[in-house]
Design a protein around this ligand. Structure first.
Ligand SMILES: [Zn+2]
Length: 93
């Protein structure tokens, strides 16, 4: 008696046109150390603060809620994706 397995390997499919464009953008050359979103390839970043105040005409910074998150993913998908430089962290000596 042959039972059908519960899990099977799915062959890799071709990328959709949208996925192909995103992969092409992520593979484009960039200066060393420039941060880039690992999901969409965007290079615009956001820092979100809460509790900023104006004291004597000057803006006083508040608590940082998110730092270096992708602006494109935040705007279009409403998620906070941390951007990376693609470089490995220096080894502790
Ligand atoms: Zn992104």
């Amino acid at each position: 008696m042959t039972e059908k397995p519960h899990l099977s390997i799915v062959p890799k499919r071709d990328p959709t046109p949208k996925e192909a464009v995103i992969e092409r953008i992520k593979a484009m050359p960039r200066p060393e150390g420039m941060i880039q979103c690992p999901h969409c390839g965007g290079r615009a970043k956001l820092t979100i603060e809460a509790g900023s105040m104006v004291v004597k005409g000057k803006l006083k910074k508040g608590a940082i809620i998110h730092r270096n998150i992708c602006a494109t993913c935040w705007k279009h998908r409403d998620v906070a994706v941390q951007m990376k430089s693609g470089l490995e962290r220096p080894e502790m000596v």
